[in-house]
Design a binder for this molecule. Structure first.
Ligand code: HEM
Length: 486
């Protein structure tokens, strides 16, 4: 009754719920994409629901993506939402623990190290790590076997990312203490910490201890590098950050460099490891495509399969399409939130979103919409070649899009593409190219070594686990592997 009587005609419709604080938190949380679709069918693209006691206005579709992800800085704000979670994990004065203008400068510094030249040196590092992993891991001993692929991909992701982005010195510590410390940091990202981030609970104490210890490891490394002159070191991310200066003339302080190093590794870890696990699971459900991947490499690179180089990746379109198509259906960031800082009229409607609401964008909804992607529920990497009957109709390539600079290099100006797994606007991902290089190398190397299939030989696909902030395959995600040529 209250929901009917106190309905404000200038606000988007409120999704019906029984309990004032819980609202739709549970039904949303169990399967956000399904809930978005069902709720959209009843209420349209723009509606409000209660998420953990907070009025949250969802705006779906390409116009919704544009409205939220390209919102003006005076209207929308990410740090008010995320900093309770990220600041204790990354540390002070970086990312969401500083004004947006400073984040834009920090993104520029971090991006400088992610150049083509750097990627050229990363591909042999990443492929070497993958081969080594498959050689050494007891789970891949022998000619064939069954394995829970998700934790394996999590390890491969952290080894390849730390080695390429942070150097061998740091990578080697992942075999010892760093893996556990990063695990403790990770606990800080549990969704429950949106409420309990401050509480002196065991996992928060471990998070705080891990943050201090990891930051010290990086700061000691910085000091050691500086003491021996620094210039001779590899031009990795730490090197670039040590040589970066803010517009106001202040050099980036050591503690900020350390905290950015943590942020970079954490930002990529969940998204990339979930994506690589999904790639493997999708290949296991369609082994024919895994064979095609192998054949593509033999055709393009030669039957002796020489060591993979950065330039080779662009010559393997099916290998590239595996990542693209997997991110279309399994974008790990299914929900993007913003605080509303001034009342926001929704163009073309009578609605105004008040400052008491949060905004929620879900770009995954358009990337699985039949309006843009024929047979959207079919995982079909071939759809990304123009002559495919499933080719998307309205997705421009990055090169075709008009560009803008928010302070960290050129990005697409619009946010209304139906395909946005890396977000859009001032908060857009800076790790996209790195993630592509990393994931394409991992997939190519895995296809060289193995043939995967589902344990029961079927083509079914594992369900998604939405209980953490990043969606991922439900575990155990078992696959059957067989060494190629055995
Ligand atoms: C931001 C996705 C890998 C670093 C984002 C956003 C998305 C995203 C959707 C926007 C978040 C928002 O608007 O609130 C992904 C996916 C990845 C990936 C799908 C892999 C498949 C990486 C990697 C790195 C990275 C490897 C680091 C090397 C960042 C950073 C931001 C960001 C620094 C900016 C946050 C901000 O400005 O608020 N990413 N990411 N990401 N990502 Fe990624």
């Amino acid at each position: 009754l209250q929901q009917v009587l106190f309905k404000n005609p200038n606000e988007p419709p409120m999704v019906f719920h029984w309990f004032p604080l819980i609202g739709s938190t549970i039904t949303y949380g169990m399967d956000p994409p399904r809930w978005f679709k069902e709720t959209r069918a009843k209420y349209g693209d723009c509606f409000t629901f209660i998420l953990l006691g907070k009025k949250t206005t969802v705006y779906l579709g390409t116009q919704g993506n544009e409205f939220i992800l390209n919102g003006k800085i005076r209207d929308v704000n990410a740090e008010d939402i995320y900093s309770v979670l990220t600041t204790p994990v990354f540390g002070k004065d970086v990312v969401y623990d500083c004004p947006n203008a400073k984040l834009m400068e920090q993104k520029k510094f971090m991006k400088i190290a992610l150049t083509t030249e750097a990627f050229r040196s990363y591909v042999p590092i990443i492929s070497g790590e993958v081969s080594n992993y498959f050689k050494r891991s007891p789970d891949f001993k022998g000619k064939s076997g069954v394995v829970n692929i998700s934790p394996k991909m999590a390890q491969i992701t952290i080894f390849t990312a730390s080695h390429s982005l942070q150097g061998k010195e740091i990578r080697d510590q992942f075999d010892e203490t760093l893996a556990d410390l990063y695990h403790d940091l990770d606990m800080g990202f549990s969704p429950i910490n949106f409420q309990l981030h401050w509480a002196p609970l065991p996992w928060n104490n471990r998070r705080d201890h891990a943050q201090r210890t990891v930051a010290k490891i990086y700061m000691d490394t910085i000091k050691a590098r500086r003491a021996r002159g620094g210039e001779t070191d590899a031009q990795d991310i730490m090197y670039h950050l040590m040589n970066s200066t803010y517009k106001n003339g202040v050099k980036v302080p050591d503690h900020e460099i350390a905290h950015m190093m943590i942020a970079l590794l954490m930002a990529g870890q969940h998204s990339s490891s979930s994506t690589s696990a999904w790639c493997m699971l999708r290949l296991a459900s369609q082994p024919k495509i895994m064979d095609e991947l192998y054949e593509e490499q033999v055709r393009v690179l030669g039957a002796d399969l020489p060591d993979l180089q950065y330039e080779d990746l662009a010559k393997l379109p099916l290998n590239q399409a595996i990542i693209k198509e997997t991110l279309r259906l399994h974008a790990p960031i299914h929900t993007i939130l913003r605080a509303v800082k001034s009342p926001m009229p929704v163009p073309g409607t009578k609605f105004v979103v008040p400052t008491s609401h949060n905004l929620l964008a879900a770009p995954g909804v358009t990337s699985s919409d039949p309006h843009y992607f024929p047979n959207p529920e079919v995982w079909d990497p071939h759809r990304w070649s123009a002559d495919s009957p499933n080719a998307p109709a309205m997705v421009k390539s990055y090169e075709e899009e008009e560009k803008i600079d928010y302070g960290y290099g050129l990005v697409s100006k619009g946010a209304s593409s139906p395909y946005l797994p890396f977000g859009a606007g001032r908060h857009r991902c800076i790790g996209e190219q790195f993630a592509n290089v990393q994931l394409q190398t991992i997939v190519a190397m895995t296809a060289r070594h193995f043939r995967f299939r589902n344990v029961d030989g079927s083509d079914k696909v594992i369900r998604t686990d939405y209980t953490s902030l990043f969606s991922r395959p439900l575990e155990p995600a078992m696959i059957h592997w067989e060494r190629r040529g055995e």
